[in-house]
Design a protein around this ligand. Structure first.
Ligand SMILES: Nc1nc2c(ncn2[C@@H]2O[C@H](COP(=O)(O)OP(=O)(O)O)[C@@H](O)[C@H]2O)c(=O)[nH]1
Ligand SMILES: [Mg+2]
Ligand SMILES: [Zn+2]
Ligand SMILES: [Zn+2]
Length: 401
């Protein structure tokens, strides 16, 4: 276990001193109190606050593992965030945070990306590559099932467009998905002291990014992240869409691309937010690694030259290491394609703002799995979906290259 003086709450993304974490009573017979913090977090009505069991700070300087409720005297182990009162996973206090921002304009494929990569992490990547287990924390699994897995893996239908996290208070879509990865030390990880990781995914509706308010959760989440996955819809590039038939394009889109925000505009906004939050001057670059990821690769594969590495399956899991050469080749191929397609204004934005970036192309649904007219799909069989995430882990020194 690693000792950290501070932690970042995976729900509200506020940073706190370890010692300021609070406990919540778990005795069901203990009194209920107004929970203003939780009500505020849920965007609820403060004049009719949510009820919850007593929360209280520990009086000692170091955070103890347990404390006695000042109300009923019963012992509790439940540790909560002082700002939002959500329960904190053990890995937030003792492990390494892997807050992964998924940003991109509307329709770029963020929800499908999140929905599929989580399934892959649990079923394939965690056991195969990390020799570990990925477990959902708190109510994450229920929310993942309800908002992603039921559609994609049970009903086998594409996901409906995500509503803005600001409006969508009632179905819990504003809550990040939180997972803990526990790795045994014989794995390929750098053998430091770290053995538990908190992965936080937040499926952001593109509209949210039109708000430059630095106080909102979405913005804080982006500023605190270990890496940014910037999803780009290749079908929004006119030179790409023009080479494909309209029916193919329409099945891989749920809105007209002319209504989506421009990628260079979004990256500029994201960069401004981070600069403001971290006090980074405009002549300095931002150190958060950025994966520029083209989604829906299955649709554009026919117009990509034969023999490209992008069309080969991802090598990292099979090799049990991050293959940096492969990532370099893929990134170069994509930059070449972007130039051919006249879509390089985006490339300049990345270059002037970030020290570390790399290009990727993925398909969440997989080859020959473009949604049918009635929205049905085959079970997702993703192409290279793990590459951007593994690269971010490599950039964070968590995975060897
Ligand atoms: N063919 C194909 N279409 C995809 C894929 N991922 C997303 N789409 C299409 O893109 C649309 C928007 O995806 P979604 O994940 O909802 O985008 P978001 O608005 O960024 O969350 C979906 O309705 C699908 O039609 C993919 O991997 N392959
Ligand atoms: Mg979405
Ligand atoms: Zn919090
Ligand atoms: Zn109590």
């Amino acid at each position: 276990m690693m000792f950290k003086p501070d932690f970042i709450c995976p729900y509200c993304f506020e940073k706190h001193k370890h010692s300021s974490a609070q406990f919540r009573c778990i005795n069901t017979r203990c009194k209920d109190f107004d929970d203003i913090e939780m009500t505020r977090y849920e965007n609820g009505n403060l004049s009719v606050p949510r009820k919850g069991k007593k929360t209280f700070g520990a009086s000692s300087r170091a955070l103890p593992r347990q404390a006695a409720c000042p109300e009923c005297g019963k012992t509790t182990y439940k540790i909560v965030c002082p700002s939002c009162h959500n329960t904190l996973p053990e890995s937030t206090l003792n492990g390494k945070d892997m807050i992964i921002s998924i940003v991109g304009s509307r329709d770029a494929g963020k929800s499908h990306f999140v929905g599929v990569i989580i399934n892959e992490l649990i079923e394939r990547i965690a056991p195969k590559l990390f020799g570990g287990a990925m477990a959902a924390f708190d109510d994450t699994m229920q929310r993942y099932q309800r908002n992603f897995a039921r559609n994609l893996y049970v009903d086998m239908k594409k996901l409906e467009l995500t509503r803005s996290s600001q409006v969508d208070v009632n179905n819990g879509a504003y809550r990040p998905l939180i997972f803990t990865l526990n790795v045994n030390h014989k794995s390929m990880f750098n053998r430091n002291t770290i053995d538990s990781y908190t992965f936080v995914f937040f499926d952001t509706a593109g509209e949210d990014l039109n708000d430059e308010d630095t106080m909102n959760t979405v913005n804080k989440y982006i500023c605190k992240s270990a890496g940014i996955i910037f999803l780009l819809d290749p079908l929004q590039i006119p030179a790409v869409a023009n080479q494909l038939d309209a029916w193919t394009v329409s099945r891989a889109s749920s809105v007209d691309w002319r209504r989506a925000a421009r990628p260079d505009d979004i990256i500029a906004r994201v960069s401004n937010l981070i600069r403001y939050d971290r006090n980074i001057r405009s002549n300095e670059k931002i150190k958060i690694p950025v994966a520029a990821v083209f989604s829906k690769y299955d649709v554009i594969e026919p117009i990509v030259p034969r023999g490209c590495a992008i069309s080969d399956p991802s090598p990292h899991c099979a090799k049990k290491t991050f293959d940096s050469t492969d990532a370099y080749n893929v990134s170069s191929e994509i930059q070449g394609l972007l130039k051919t397609w006249g879509a390089d204004s985006f490339m300049t934005q990345l270059d002037i703002n970030y020290t570390a970036y790399s290009y990727f192309a993925v398909s969440a649904l997989g080859m020959h799995n473009n949604p049918k007219d009635d929205s049905t799909i085959d079970r997702p069989r993703p192409h290279r979906i793990e590459d951007p995430l593994l690269w971010i882990m490599k950039e964070n020194g968590v995975l060897k290259g």
